[in-house]
Design a protein around this ligand. Sequence first.
Ligand SMILES: [Zn+2]
Length: 72
Amino acid sequence: MLENLIKQMGDGSVTKLCCAECGNVVEYYEEVCLDVLNSVMHKDCYALQYALKDFGTFRYIVDKYDFFETLR
Ligand SMILES: [Zn+2]
């Protein structure tokens, strides 16, 4: 699931993650929500409040969870 949202940009040297809801690239400074399936969405795109696992800036999430290692 997470793999489907990771994009290699340009020459492949930059890896980005796309929002599971709107499909736009998530930037590190943006406020995001992490749900129980480990999907990342913009805070504004997130609707299923009960499945919330964590939230904060994307930078905070990437540094906290090891499964985002490729995005560091
Ligand atoms: Zn979004």
